[in-house]
Design a protein around this ligand. Structure first.
Ligand code: ZN
Length: 91
């Protein structure tokens, strides 16, 4: 998850907004959630305008390959690593 976290921090830095992880492997998630095995985290989105949210997705997908999954939810972004998509094992 480290590269994804760096990209998120860089983006929030670039627009001068606070970066807040609202959930890692804690709190309640769906059964089988990647949160429970440390392969997902949530980022608070309320600081961002609509255009900043839109740009965040672009920024994220341009910098990471598609084994990193990006989902915009109502009040956060869900970021997840899916090893089945990647051919390179996570170091
Ligand atoms: Zn999540």
């Amino acid at each position: 998850m480290f590269p994804a976290m760096i990209v998120c921090i860089d983006y929030f830095d670039s627009i001068n907004k606070d970066f807040t992880i609202t959930s890692g492997d804690d709190s309640k998630h769906l059964t089988n959630s990647k949160h429970y095995i440390g392969l997902a985290f949530d980022v608070r989105s309320r600081e961002l305008s609509d255009i900043e949210k839109f740009n965040f997705r672009i920024y994220f997908t341009e910098r990471l390959d598609n084994c990193f999954y990006f989902l915009q939810e109502s009040d956060h972004f869900h970021i997840q690593y899916d090893e089945s998509v990647s051919e390179t094992p996570w170091p």
